[in-house]
Design a protein around this ligand. Structure first.
Ligand SMILES: Nc1ncnc2c1ncn2[C@@H]1O[C@H](COP(=O)(O)OP(=O)(O)OP(=O)(O)O)[C@@H](O)[C@H]1O
Ligand SMILES: Nc1ncnc2c1ncn2[C@@H]1O[C@H](COP(=O)(O)OP(=O)(O)OP(=O)(O)O)[C@@H](O)[C@H]1O
Ligand SMILES: [Mg+2]
Ligand SMILES: [Mg+2]
Lengths: 165, 165, 165, 165
């Protein structure tokens, strides 16, 4: 299973629609401070069902909607779509290509879709259960987490083990 | 469950020793499950000695050594149960050039099984990537993404041919 | 004591705005002393908006933006009461090249009054230094120090002439 | 006032005597991970009277004495001497050149000297009072401290202000 495409619009600093296509190997994301690299990582976490706004560096989930800048007005919705190639049938679903989509409106209303069909957050979380990826797993790692593994309480370390067991 | 945990722990322990040795020439490291408590509850202690040095508290290790030790543990766990994709956000920041090379060499090894996305400022990590996306904010506060290439001689990033059409 | 604190706070506040602007083109920042409490007890809040962006929670700032904002505050306080010397251990690690240049430009400015010692892995910081010491461990586990020079064309460190005698 | 010379022997990874001479401007300290750069910073903090072993990354103060490696036996004493040019008469002492020395023996016994004369730790701490340098001041800054300024509790921020007031 691998990620083939990521589409972001209205999420954090991505006021305009952007698209990334990923190959199977190693992809680098580069750019100056504050340009949006970690926001891309946040978008991937978010579309896979991350509910802890703290993990997304936001005090409230609503803060992930593009809130305007000197040159662009705020928008009313954040949307992220992630296309996954299910080539090894790791995802418990019939399709070889799976597109998961998440939307959040200023009203607070959320929408979740799998291959264009509305579903619940739970359906997206269930999709990734036992795959080793998704919220709470260690497939997305940032520097501060790396440091915590050594310094932090032993429970954090145990959590990673239990995740693998 | 206890049996499964102990088996996993065994494998992780062996991997950890191996990966650590590949990162720290002549170094030795081990994981110890604390005695006298139910393995499902016990803390996991890390002992790590970089090459040529004497074992002492983890706190005395340098910033880069701590990061590389934690990365060794993450890789050790990963080897027991490889995830389909893995995203690293600037985990290479504290590493010196030689250590970044070792880290990317390991990634190139694992990239057979796993797709990696590396957010990085480090030129050596950029070289290891097979494709690069540059994130910029030409329009104030609005992120935009372009495919870029790493010009090996000049060591800088330029837009990909594809983008220049 | 209250009067002195408020005066210091005033000066730091003005410096902070200025230094922040020099680091974040078009950005704005301020320090607010919380109302309704004795100034000697009140919390100090930081508001910072990088250039072209809209004010939002500090948590949403990028890693590099947070570091640079904190460095701006440290410099702002320093300008009120310059210390005779200042030692920075890898504070430039999260900064991109352009921001490292701005940071070293500020240091070169303050170096009239203050002696700086920078521990760094960053080549641009090395360039700003007037003298460089290279620390190595040729003998296992034993540190040794040599005077080195930064070869500007090749971008690498070589022992100083003095050492080669 | 500026630092002109630092001599270290037996402190942390400096089994053999090393000497650094500092000029008035910007000095860089460079080298691979774990080679001893931060240990030099620790040595400066320690000789100026730092008593919190945690700040020196050690569980106990005794851990700062070189404890051996594959190629060198442990030693019985750690000694650091710092030479300060008192050109602006900032230090409340007659001399234009002041050498402070600190020794720690395995027995736990400590020695403190100013210009070769035995004194108490208090005398060294008093020397730096009101100069803006020394333990508890912000003249030695590492990356993690920088991050705490923004994230940490407001009291840490206040402490820096009160330091300047
Ligand atoms: N909802 C939002 N609306 C508009 N801008 C936002 C929003 N959320 C975050 N941002 C902006 O995104 C920027 C942070 O981007 P990001 O963390 O991706 O940077 P980065 O590329 O990872 O940088 P660094 O190299 O410093 O880590 C901040 O300047 C922040 O103001
Ligand atoms: N008492 C001691 N005896 C011997 N070695 C010690 C002692 N205390 C610390 N060390 C060693 O010093 C090394 C750490 O050095 P230091 O923190 O200065 O590295 P550094 O150059 O700052 O590296 P980095 O770039 O990763 O931050 C560790 O490997 C540690 O084992
Ligand atoms: Mg980032
Ligand atoms: Mg260090």
């Amino acid at each position: 299973m691998y990620l083939s495409e990521l589409n972001i619009i209205g999420f954090k600093s991505f006021a305009r629609k952007i698209q990334l296509r990923f190959n199977k190997g190693i992809t680098g994301v580069v750019g100056p401070n504050g340009c949006g690299k970690s926001n891309i990582v946040d978008a991937i976490r978010w579309v896979m069902g991350e509910q802890r706004s703290g993990v997304l560096r936001s005090e409230r989930m609503e803060n992930v909607i593009f809130n305007g800048s000197e040159s662009a007005k705020p928008v009313g919705m954040a949307e992220v779509s992630l296309t996954i190639q299910n080539n090894k049938n790791i995802l418990p679903i019939e399709y070889t290509e799976v597109v998961i989509t998440r939307r959040l409106f200023r009203s607070g209303e959320s929408q979740y879709l799998i291959n264009g069909n509305l579903c619940r957050l739970k359906d997206i979380l269930d999709l990734f259960m036992d795959t080793g990826v998704g919220p709470g797993t260690y497939s997305v790692i940032e520097l501060q987490q790396v440091e915590k593994i050594l310094n932090g309480k032993a429970d954090e370390r145990r959590a990673i083990f239990e995740e693998a067991a | 469950a206890r049996k499964q945990f102990l088996e996993t722990f065994e494998s992780v322990q062996q991997n950890f020793s191996k990966v650590f040795k590949s990162f720290f020439e002549g170094g030795r490291a081990s994981l110890i499950l604390r005695e006298g408590i139910d393995p499902l509850e016990a803390d996991i202690d890390i002992y790590a000695t970089p090459g040529g040095k004497r074992l002492s508290a983890l706190t005395l290790l340098s910033g880069g050594e701590k990061s590389l030790t934690a990365i060794s543990l993450l890789f050790a766990i990963y080897l027991v149960k490889p995830s389909p994709f893995c995203i690293f956000d600037e985990v290479d920041a504290p590493l010196d050039d030689q250590n970044v090379r070792r880290y990317t060499a390991a990634l190139e090894d694992y990239a057979q099984e796993t797709q990696f996305i590396l957010v990085t400022h480090n030129k050596l990590s950029m070289r290891a990537a097979q494709q690069l996306y540059g994130v910029t904010m030409q329009e104030e506060g609005v992120s935009k993404v372009v495919s870029v290439q790493f010009e090996k001689e000049e060591e800088k990033l330029v837009p990909s041919q594809a983008e220049q059409q």
